[in-house]
Design a protein around this ligand. Structure first.
Ligand SMILES: [Zn+2]
Length: 87
């Protein structure tokens, strides 16, 4: 069962390549444009990933909260696919 979240409509398409977006929860890495070596990890980020060009779309409000306005996504993997050992 895939439960839809309230992130964005699944009918959205990538603004770069026009590909369909995969709406899910992602574990991500962002690199701040202002600080070259500063890569920050964020887990369980709701968003939409364009599979063909690897562009990750995240809610603008969430980007503001996380302070990622000047950053770009360097890595994203769907959290659902990560098997977590029971703690
Ligand atoms: Zn794309």
């Amino acid at each position: 069962m895939h439960e839809q979240t309230l992130v964005e409509s699944t009918t959205e398409h990538c603004r770069f390549c026009g590909g369909g977006l995969l709406t899910s929860v992602f574990d991500t890495a962002f690199r701040d444009a202002a600080v070259a070596d500063d890569e920050r990890l964020f887990f369980a980020i709701p968003g939409a990933l364009c599979v063909p060009c690897r562009q990750l779309y995240v809610d603008q409000q969430l980007i503001g909260i996380l302070g990622l306005a000047e950053a770009r996504c360097t890595f994203a993997i769907e959290s659902d696919r990560v098997l977590r050992p029971a703690a």
